[in-house]
Design a protein around this ligand. Sequence first.
Ligand SMILES: NC(=O)c1ccc[n+]([C@@H]2O[C@H](COP(=O)([O-])OP(=O)(O)OC[C@H]3O[C@@H](n4cnc5c(N)ncnc54)[C@H](O)[C@@H]3O)[C@@H](O)[C@H]2O)c1
Length: 424
Amino acid sequence: MLFKHKDIKIAVIGLGYVGLPLVIELAKKFKVYGFDVNKKKVKKLKINIDETGEVDSKYLKKTNAILSYDEKILHNANIFIITVPTGINKKNLPDLRILKKTTRTILKYLKKKSLIIYESTVYPGCTEEICLPILKKNKKIIYNKNFYLGYSPERINPGDKKRNVTNITKIVSGSNQIALNQVKYIYSQIVKSGVYVAPSIKIAEAAKIIENTQRDLNIGLMNELFVFFNKLKIPTKEVLKAAGTKWNFLNFTPGLVGGHCISVDPYYLTNKYKAVNLRPSIILSARKTNDGFHKFIAKKISKITKDYKLSKKKILILGYSFKENCADYRNSRVNNLIKHLRRKKFGLKIHDPYIKKNYDNFPFKNIAVVNMKNHKTRYDLIILAVPHDIYKTNQLKITNLLSKNGYIYDFKSVLKSNDRVIQG
Ligand SMILES: NC(=O)c1ccc[n+]([C@@H]2O[C@H](COP(=O)([O-])OP(=O)(O)OC[C@H]3O[C@@H](n4cnc5c(N)ncnc54)[C@H](O)[C@@H]3O)[C@@H](O)[C@H]2O)c1
C-alpha cells in the first residue's frame, strides 16, 4: 500500500451533494481536508449549514474535517478525491472545463506518491485521456512510479435517507495494483456494504455511466407508452400494475427526467460513441422522448382545463426540484413545464418545501413560491409535478387547497384516486 493508515491525508475537492457526505464519513477515519471554490458555501458549512439538505448540522458540528475555500489547504494532502460537477454544454456535449481546471489546481500540489481519485461522472477513457495528460505536466513525478490514479464513481441518490455513502457498494479501480490497494483500503473503511473492484479505470467509468443510461432508457419507454395509453384512453398505472405481476417485468414509471445525472450522463456516453465512429440510436431516442415529455404533460393540462372548464389562472404546481424529497432543482423539468404553461398564458404558483431557503437562482421573477402556513388561496387546478413524501402521505392536505370545483392532476398516479384526482 502507498500509505499506512496514520499517514493518509485526504483532500476532497468539491463539497456538493457527492463531496460533502464523503468528507463527513472519511473524517471519521482519516485526516480530511475539504476544498470548494464557492466561498459562500464553505462559510455556511463552517456554521454547520448544508444547503443541499444532505448533511445534518449535527454531523457538521461534530466533524474533524477542515473545510476551506483557500486552495492552499491542498498542500496538506497526499490523496486527492475529486467530486466536482461534470455537466453538458448547450449542444449536449460534455463540459469538462471544471474537471480540467480542478486537475490543474491539483497539479500544483502534487508530490511524490500522490494518489488522485476521480469520483465525478465521466465517459470511459476520460480520466486517463483528459486528466492524466494534465497531471503529467509535472515532470518531477512519473505516472505509476510515484504518482497514481484511481476512479471510484459515486452512486448516491439525493433525498434518499436509506441509501447513502456508507451502504451503497462502491466500485473502485486503480491505475496499478499499488493504487488499487490504496483506493480499496480507503473506501473499505467507510463503506459497510463493501467495495467492488473493477478491473480497470475505464471499466469503472463505463459502469457508472451505463447505470444512469439504463435508467433513462427505461423511463423513456414508460413515457412513450404513457403517451400511447393516453391516446387509447387506458390508465398507464393499471397496465403497469398488471404487467408487474410477471417476475421479470421491471418497475419503472413515467415521469419528468431532469437533474444533472440521468438527463446528462447518457450524453457523455453518446459523445464517446461518436469518438469511435459509432452512432447510438436508442440512447438518444430515449433522451429525446424524456426531454420532450413535459410538452405532453403541458398539453394534457390545457385539455384538462378545457374539459373541466377550469380557470387557467388559479393553478398551483406542487414540487419544483428535479426529483422527490430533495432540494436540488438543477435541470428540473418542472422548469420547462412552467415555461411552456406560461407561454400559453397560464397563471401559476409553486409550492416546494425543499426550495424555500435555497432559491437564489429561481428563474421566475413573477411566480410566487407559496408558503403553506396560513395559506388562504384556493386553486382550480393543482398539478402534482414532483411527488414529495409530504404530498403523498397527505401531510400537506392538498384537497383542502382546492376551490369548490377544483381538481388535482396527478400524472404519475401516486395519490389515492378519488373524484377530485385526475390521473394518467
Ligand atoms: N448529485 C448526485 O446525485 C450525483 C450522484 C452520483 C454522481 N454524481 C456526480 O458527482 C459529481 C459532483 O456532483 P454534485 O452533485 O456533488 O455536484 P455539486 O454541484 O453539488 O457539487 C460540486 C461542488 O464543486 C464545487 N466546485 C466547482 N468547481 C470547483 C473547483 N474548480 N474547485 C473546487 N471546487 C469546485 C462547487 O462549488 C460545488 O460545491 C458530478 O460529476 C456528478 O455527475 C452526482
